[in-house]
Design a protein around this ligand. Structure first.
Ligand SMILES: Cc1ncc(COP(=O)(O)O)c(C=O)c1O
Length: 383
C-alpha cells in the first residue's frame, strides 16, 4: 500500500563519478541491487506467501519503495524510527516485527497507527494490556501479531496453548486488533548446509503454523502468519500456512550471507581512500570501526588483488599489501561488509552507483529520530 512519494530535493552529488565522493561512504551497485530485488520478487510472484521485506537491513525508505514497486506488499521494520521513516516515505503497510514497551515509543506507535496500517508484535499479557490502555481515549486501533518463539530463543511466547491464550486476550482487548502470528527462525537462517538449514526452518514453521491452526480452532481469525529471513526465504516462503516472509538482507547482501546462499549478489560496499603507504607491505585507509561493522568478521577488500584488510581502529583500516602492489595515497579501495545491517546503521547516506556514476543519493532515513513526528510528544519545540 504505497502512497504518493513526497518529492526529495535533488542532491548535488547525483551524476558525479565515485572518485569524487567523500570517503568513507557506502555505495550500492544498482545493477546488483535491482537483480536481488527482482530475484526475490520473482520467487514470490507465483507462490501463496507474499514478501514483506525487512527494512532493518537498509533503513532506507527509497530502497523500500523499490521493493514495493517490484511486488512487496509492505515492509517489516524493527524500530519505530524505521516505521516513521517508511510512513514519511509514503509506505502505509508496516509490520513492526519487534516489541514496543518503552512509553516514549508506545506514544509514537500510536501516532503511526493513526495514519497507517501498522502492526506490532506482542509476547506478554503485560505489554498487550499496556498497549490497549495507551489507546484509550485516542480513537486509535493498533494491529497486533503475537510473537511466537519458534526456537531462536530471543523474544516470543511459547508455541501452542500459551501463544493462543495470548492471542485470545489480545482479541478481547479494546484498542487492539489481533491480526495473526509471527515467528522468526533466526537460529536457522545462517546454517551453511542447505539441507540442515531447511530442516531446522521447517521445524520452526511447523511450530508457527500449527499454532495458527490451534488459534483458528478456537475461533480466532489468523490473517497473517509471518516468518523467514534471507537464508530461509525459499523454505519459509513455500511452507503451507505461511502468509508472509520477512527477509531483508537479500537486497544489499554481505559476506556472512554470501557463505549461506548464492541466490543474491553483494550490492553494498564501503568506499575508502588510501591515506598512507608507510611500508612496502602496509597501506592505511580512512575507514575504520566507525564506518564498518566487524560483527561477522573483517570486511573484505574487493577491487585490489593481493590486498587484505588486517585490522581496524576507529578511523583507520590497516591493509596488508602484496609485494610490488602500487597502492598509493589517494587511491580508492572498496570493501564488502561482513554484515550489511550493522554497517548501514553507521552511515547517513547510500550512494547508488550505475555503470560509472552516482545515479541516486538515498538518505538512510530510518536511523534517525525525527522529534517532530507523531503527536509532537517529545517537547514544546515541536508545537
Ligand atoms: C524479526 C526478524 N525478521 C526477519 C529477519 C530477517 O532478516 P535477514 O534477511 O537478515 O535474514 C530478521 C533479522 O534479523 C529479524 O530479526
Amino acid at each position: 500500500m504505497a502512497m504518493t512519494v513526497p518529492p526529495k530535493p535533488p542532491h548535488g552529488l547525483a551524476g558525479i563519478g565515485k572518485e569524487s565522493l567523500p570517503t568513507p561512504s557506502l555505495i550500492v551497485d544498482e545493477e546488483c541491487l535491482n537483480s536481488n530485488i527482482k530475484r526475490m520478487a520473482d520467487f514470490f510472484a507465483d507462490g501463496k506467501a507474499r514478501l514483506r521485506p525487512h527494512a532493518k537491513s537498509h533503513k532506507c525508505s527509497a530502497l523500500a519503495l523499490r521493493q514495493l514497486e517490484a511486488g512487496a506488499i509492505g515492509v517489516t521494520v524493527a524500530t519505530i524510527e524505521e516505521a516513521e521513516a517508511m510512513v514519511a516515505g509514503g509506505i502505509r503497510d508496516i509490520l513492526i516485527a519487534n516489541l514496543v514497551v518503552n512509553e516514549f515509543w508506545v506514544k509514537r506507535l500510536l501516532g503511526l497507527a493513526a495514519k497507517s496500517d501498522v502492526k506490532v508484535a506482542v509476547d506478554s499479557v503485560q505489554n498487550a494490556c499496556q498497549l490497549s490502555r495507551a489507546t484509550q481515549g485516542t480513537g486509535t486501533t493498533v494491529g497486533v501479531l503475537v510473537e511466537v518463539n519458534v526456537g531462536m530463543n530471543r523474544c516470543g511466547v511459547d508455541p501452542g496453548e500459551p501463544a493462543c491464550d495470548l492471542a485470545q486476550l489480545v482479541s478481547s482487548l479494546p484498542g487492539l486488533q489481533f491480526r495473526g502470528l509471527m515467528g522468526y527462525e533466526g537460529h536457522a537462517v545462517g546454517i551453511e548446509d542447505r539441507r540442515a538449514r531447511a530442516k531446522q526452518c521447517e521445524r520452526s514453521m511447523d511450530l508457527l503454523t500449527s499454532t495458527a491452526e490451534l488459534a483458528r480452532s478456537r475461533g480466532l481469525s489468523v490473517e497473517i502468519v509471518s516468518g523467514g529471513g534471507t537464508g530461509t526465504y525459499d523454505t519459509t516462503g513455500r511452507y503451507p500456512g505461511i502468509t508472509e516472509v520477512q527477509a531483508g538482507s537479500y537486497a544489499l547482501m554481505d559476506l556472512q550471507y554470501r557463505r549461506v546462499t548464492s541466490d543474491f549478489r553483494c550490492a553494498l560496499r564501503i568506499l575508502a581512500t588510501v591515506l598512507s603507504r608507510p611500508t612496502r607491505h602496509r597501506a592505511v585507509i580512512d575507514a575504520g570501526l566507525k564506518s564498518m561493522s566487524t560483527e561477522f568478521g573483517l570486511p573484505e577488500v574487493c577491487n585490489q588483488e593481493g590486498v587484505v584488510l588486517d585490522d581496524l581502529s576507529e578511523e583507520h583500516g590497516i591493509l596488508r599489501v602484496g609485494e610490488g602492489h602500487p597502492l598509493a595515497p589517494g587511491d580508492l579501495v572498496e570493501l564488502l561488509p561482513s554484515h550489511s545491517c550493522t554497517t548501514v546503521a553507521l552511515h547517513p547516506i547510500l550512494y547508488v552507483l550505475g555503470a560509472s556514476q552516482v545515479v541516486e543519493v538515498w538518505e538512510v532515513d530510518g536511523r534517525t529520530i525525527d522529534p517532530c513526528m507523531s503527536n509532537g510528544s517529545i517537547g514544546p519545540s515541536c508545537a
